[in-house]
Design a protein around this ligand. Sequence first.
Ligand code: ADP
Length: 180
Amino acid sequence: MTPRAPTEKVSMTTAPQIRKAACPGSFDPVTNGHLDIISRAAHLYDEVVVAVLINKSKSSMFTVAERIEMLTEVTADYGNVRVDAFHGLLVDYCRDNAIPVIVKGLRAVSDFDYELQMAQMNRGIGGVDTLFMPTNPEYSFLASSLVKEIATYGGDVTRLLPESVHKRLRSRLEERNAGQ
Ligand code: ADP
């Protein structure tokens, strides 16, 4: 038998591991800032699960089903991104779905305090690691809550949201105004 060269790859008998990551959040609604992080995560991992938090105690503009629909639409071009919802602890969701990594965007130093604490807690209680991605400076001020507030008062948020999401936001605000 010819000896194997040191650089030659040894074929694996077990199936290769799929590298999975979760991008969690409320996504009420998804913004270009979220999309930036999701698309960059999709380049780094084989599979990215956008995990929508079901939080019944927080009032939201869009239902979980609507948020999932919007996310599914705007991530349709990435072949390796899927959208799901979860309630309870994120680390439990990660464990049940064999996801070892959470990807989070950091907008500013103010995000860091809370995110660091969460990341350390998630590693401590669930063994799940967190990867922080600095946001594209273009989106460092961008948050769903701010977008909703500006749009409510008639401000222009066109450049901050995917077009389909912007349309839905406008019609939701029209529905609300008509109902008043
Ligand atoms: P949360 O309820 O945690 O604020 P969000 O839906 O607002 O949920 O955001 C989910 C995650 O998306 C945040 O924790 C952050 O990691 C990321 N994110 C939100 N907005 C931006 C942005 N403008 N740039 C980069 N990342 C962002």
